[in-house]
Design a protein around this ligand. Structure first.
Ligand code: HEM
Length: 205
């Protein structure tokens, strides 16, 4: 699709918005029907955790995909994808402090300080907050494009921390966190200036 009309773009955005809510709807449905495994809190934590990473990877895929395909309108979907990563991160964190720790904040702080995978996950969550807060057009204007872009490069650090958090917490089968790691490394390599320029050149040729 070279360039969708503004009506088509609205349709694409609405479809994406609804699709991004499907994992939550599925989770709620499974919860209501008692299909969330014997440990529902763990199941909620795991599923929301998976979806943070999925949305982070999708967000990071937008620029390379746009360059390879020449579909520049994909950029218009990036903010929504990033905000859904934040949305699932809020659900994930809320599940942890509410359903796992019952708002025992002293225990939460102890956990953050003592368990490295929680420290890393929490740091990633904290870094997501300024990105979500500055995601609006008015904030891009207020910060200036260059400063905004610099700040939003944090998303790579967040994704690295997210993958580390996952790698750290799994006890035996590390295949899935490793798969996320491989996807992330590929996306990071595509950002290397010389490779990035080659992709842009390929697309122009
Ligand atoms: C951007 C930030 C984060 C990402 C990307 C993330 C991602 C994940 C992923 C992928 C999982 C495992 C899912 C699975 O096994 O299928 C997970 C589990 C978990 N996360 Fe996070 N997480 C983040 C932030 C946090 C924060 C802030 C906390 C708490 C302070 C947290 C606590 C946990 C816990 C307790 C588990 C389950 C561990 C277990 O069952 O042994 N995460 N997270």
């Amino acid at each position: 699709m070279a360039q969708p009309t503004s009506r088509q773009l609205v349709l694409i955005k609405v479809t994406l918005f609804l699709a991004a809510l499907v994992p939550l709807a599925w989770l709620v449905l499974d919860g209501v029907q008692g299909r969330l495994s014997p440990n529902p809190v763990e199941a909620i934590t795991h599923r929301t955790g998976d979806w943070i990473l999925n949305f982070l990877m999708l967000t990071l895929s937008v620029t390379p995909l746009r360059k390879i395909s020449g579909w520049h309108w994909l950029l218009r979907l990036r903010r929504m994808l990033g905000l859904f990563a934040f949305f699932y991160a809020c659900l994930h964190f809320t599940t942890y402090i509410w359903l796992d720790q019952f708002f025992a904040m002293s225990e939460v702080w102890k956990d953050i300080a003592k368990r490295p995978y929680i420290t890393v996950g929490f740091s990633a969550f904290v870094m997501l907050i300024p990105l979500a807060l500055t995601s609006t057009n008015s904030m891009v204007k207020r910060l200036g494009a260059q400063r905004w872009r610099k700040l939003h490069r944090l998303v790579y650090v967040i994704a690295v921390f997210g993958v580390l958090h996952y790698l750290w917490l799994v006890k035996s089968d590390i295949r899935l966190p490793l798969a996320y790691g491989v996807v992330l490394i590929t996306l990071l390599v595509l950002r290397v200036p010389s490779i990035n320029q080659r992709i842009t050149g390929l697309q122009r040729a």
